[in-house]
Design a protein. Structure first.
Lengths: 176, 571
């Protein structure tokens, strides 16, 4: 299933690279924090963990620019959301969502390796090409906030993403 | 009948009814199916819209969540199928996130009707994400599918109507054979019965029970009618007989006589035929009644009638003119006196009592004689006086006023034969009382030689003895021998006068037949003369083909008609 979806999506997203899907949300000026928070909440809402998560814990790591609105993520996520900060070198325990800010590639790769095959949703804030190995990659632009979805990362994770999100994360050319 | 002309035939009525029933049934069914289908399609179309709305909400929910109009539009565009005019995604604050519309290509009336009926208002479905309403899908339906259904349904109904009309027509044809034709046969029989009064027409069997029952009853009715009519006819005949015959003597009555007399006079006037009218009064009848009672008087009348009738040929008619009461002695005496006077005068003029003298008549004075009937009664009266006539005369005392009368009518053709007839009519009665012009010996000869006593005298019934070959007048040797023997026997009993009549069959012309018959008569007369008859005492007559005894249409009949008759007249 995953493979098939990956193949189809890859075939359809040739213009944006090997493993990326993209979606966009228009952002009013000065509202990026809010929009990013809502988008992340949406991502959480369409993510299914093997065991239901009444409370979703977001672990933020690295230097982030749009996390000021995370306190109200719960509205768009449909459940209670707890946010905590983890240092890139520290251990990752009890995290349902791993939100990456800007950090060293080695750290990120080590962290992603540590959550491999675990039910952890990974989101990168500053990886427009979405090559860092996270499931979602935000694309924050001055007038819009979009995201890409890495089918490859989904296939290496224990969480499942609603296919409808795959549908809206369309190739860049079509979405423009 | 004239009223029935304008009426439709049964077949037409049946066909029309069939058509109406089928049209009604098909129309009703078609309309019901159409409306039911219409409603069902409408309901399904509505549900379909809801379904499409839900589907759009589900697929477009992430687009709403991520507030992505492009994605929203792309997620709902595939749902824009037939039957959907447009889909709009609305955010909770009422703003439109995305909208897609379908180009309307159908502008027909049916589409318009379907749109107004089923898709006047859009269908709205909420978009639920994680238990909360995050937006609304608004779906506008369109009626092109329903319109197509309406068109197809109406077309199908029309086709069905045509087919059922055809079926009704075929059914009515079938009905015509099964019902209408037997009924027509009955109607025709009834009609022919009414028009022609023929009762022999029977209706053929029918294939349907009710019609067959009707036919059976009808035939039975016809049979009963036939019986009834026959019965009526017999009744009529009886009544007719009663009306035209005397109740006591069974002789034709006065009305019959008058009718018959008129006919005979007309006949006589038309041709050279003639007839004889005899009027007989039964005088001295009252004493019989007085002495022996009316019952005896009735018996006398009956016996008188019977005897008179026994003297007659088949074509003669004896009539009872009615029994009258004595009107009064004075008048009766006067009549009697008058009659006697006339009788005496007649006797004086005639010299002797020739019964033929009064009765002989030509056609041209027949009417006169009829008018003068009462005057002529003197002749009959004289006949009674001179010869007497059976019991009527014998029991009669001196002439008395007539209390009853019998009219004897006798018709024949040849004046020449009249003498023989007149003698016979009056003399026949006498013979029965040994007052015959013939002696016993003479009658014995007649009888032994094959003569029969007829009203025309002793007639040698030689149909089987004096027959001739076609167009021949030669007497065969065998025939000549028998004629000679007859002649000798006749002469032996002192019969010296004879009349020989020749006849011919219908083949050949009238003149030829006349001559042929004369030759035949002459040939037989020649044998008679050769056998001892005096030439002057043998009169011959050729009667041509006017008096066939059989039909000339057959060989046998013609053979019987080629004959010679020897008549022995009273001396």
């Amino acid at each position: 299933m995953t493979l098939t979806v990956a193949l189809v999506v890859m075939g359809a997203s040739a213009s944006i690279g090997l493993n990326g899907l993209i979606a966009e949300t228009r952002v009013p000026p000065g509202q990026h924090d809010v929009v990013v928070a809502r988008t992340v909440g949406g991502m959480i809402s369409y993510t299914r963990w093997p065991e239901p998560r009444p409370v979703v814990r977001i672990c933020v790591s690295g230097a982030t620019a749009y996390t000021k609105g995370f306190g109200r993520i719960g509205q768009s996520a449909g459940r209670q959301v707890l946010t905590q900060i983890v240092v890139p070198s520290g251990p990752i325990r009890g995290c349902d969502v791993l939100y990456f800010g800007t950090m060293a590639d080695a750290d990120r790769q080590r962290m992603l390796r540590s959550i491999r095959d675990l039910p952890v949703l990974s989101i990168a804030e500053a990886d427009p090409a979405c090559r860092g190995g996270t499931i979602f990659c935000l694309r924050v632009q001055p007038d819009r906030v979009g995201f890409q979805l890495s089918i490859d990362a989904v296939s290496r994770s224990a969480v499942r993403i609603d296919p409808r999100v795959l549908r809206i994360a369309l190739p860049e050319g079509d979405a423009s | 009948m004239s009223d029935a002309v304008g009426l439709p035939s049964l077949r037409r009525v049946l066909a029309r009814m069939h058509l109406r029933v089928t049209l009604f049934a098909v129309g009703l069914t078609g309309l019901t199916v159409l409306l039911a289908g219409f409603a069902a399609i409408g309901a399904y179309a509505g549900q379909n819209l809801h379904l499409i709305g839900r589907s759009a909400g589900y697929t477009a929910a992430p687009a709403i969540v991520f507030d992505d109009p492009v994605a929203a539009r792309q997620s709902i565009t595939p749902l824009l199928e037939r039957g959907v005019a447009g889909i709009a995604l609305l955010k909770p604050d009422g703003t439109v996130l995305a909208t897609v519309e379908r180009e309307g290509e159908d502008r027909s009336l049916a589409r318009w009707i379907a749109d107004r009926l089923f898709f006047a208002a859009p269908v709205e479905e909420p978009v639920i994400h994680l238990g909360t309403r995050i937006g609304t899908v608004r779906v506008h339906g369109e009626g092109s599918a329903v319109a197509a259904y309406i068109r197809d349904g109406i077309l199908g109904t029309l086709v069905c109507l045509i087919l059922t009309g055809l079926a009704a027509w075929l059914l009515s044809r079938r009905l015509r054979a099964d019902i209408v034709e037997p009924l027509n046969a009955i109607a025709d029989a009834a009609h022919s019965f009414r028009r022609d009064e023929t009762l022999d027409s029977r209706v053929p069997p029918a294939a349907i029970r009710e019609v067959e029952a009707l036919r059976t009853d009808f035939n039975a009715l016809i049979a009963e009618l036939a019986d009834w009519r026959q019965h009526l006819r017999r009744e009529n005949e009886t009544l007719n007989h009663k009306a035209s015959h005397d109740a006591l003597t069974s002789l034709p009555n006065r009305a019959h006589f008058e009718r018959r007399a008129a006919e005979m006079m007309a006949e006589a006037r038309a041709g050279d035929a003639s007839f004889v009218l005899l009027y007989a009064d039964a005088d001295s009848f009252k004493p019989i009644n007085d002495r022996h009672g009316h019952a005896a008087g009735d018996l006398v009348l009956v016996e008188t009638a019977a005897r008179i009738r026994s003297c007659l040929r088949a074509r003669d008619v004896a009539c009872a003119a009615g029994r009258r009461r004595v009107r009064g002695p004075a008048r009766g005496a006067q009549r009697r006196r008058r009659r006697r006077t006339r009788d005496q005068r007649d006797r004086r003029a005639d010299g002797r009592a020739d019964p033929a003298a009064f009765g002989r008549s030509r056609a041209d004075d027949a009417e006169h004689r009829q008018r003068d009937l009462s005057g002529r009664r003197s002749g009959y009266y004289r006949a009674h006086q001179s010869g007497g006539c059976g019991d009527v005369c014998r029991q009669g005392k001196p002439p008395r006023p007539a209390t009853g009368s019998l009219i004897v009518m006798s018709s024949f053709v040849r004046t020449a034969l009249f003498l023989a007839l007149a003698a016979l009519v009056l003399g026949g009665c006498q013979m029965s009382k040994d007052k015959s012009p013939w002696t016993r010996a003479q009658r014995a000869v007649f009888t032994s030689e094959g003569f029969t006593e007829t009203d025309r005298g002793w007639e040698f019934s030689i149909n089987d003895r004096l027959l001739f070959a076609t167009d021949e007048s030669i007497v065969l040797p065998q025939q000549a021998g028998s004629i000679r023997r007859i002649a000798g026997r006749l002469l032996g009993v002192d019969i010296r006068r004879a009349t020989v009549e020749g006849h011919a069959d219908g083949s050949g012309g009238a003149d030829h037949n006349q001559r042929l018959s004369e030759r035949r008569a002459a040939a037989v007369a020649e044998v008679l003369v050769a056998s001892g008859f005096v030439q002057s005492e043998v009169s011959t007559a050729g009667l041509g083909d006017r008096f066939p005894v059989e039909s000339n249409a057959t060989v046998e009949g013609r053979r019987e008609n080629r004959r010679v008759v020897i008549l022995i007249a009273a001396p």
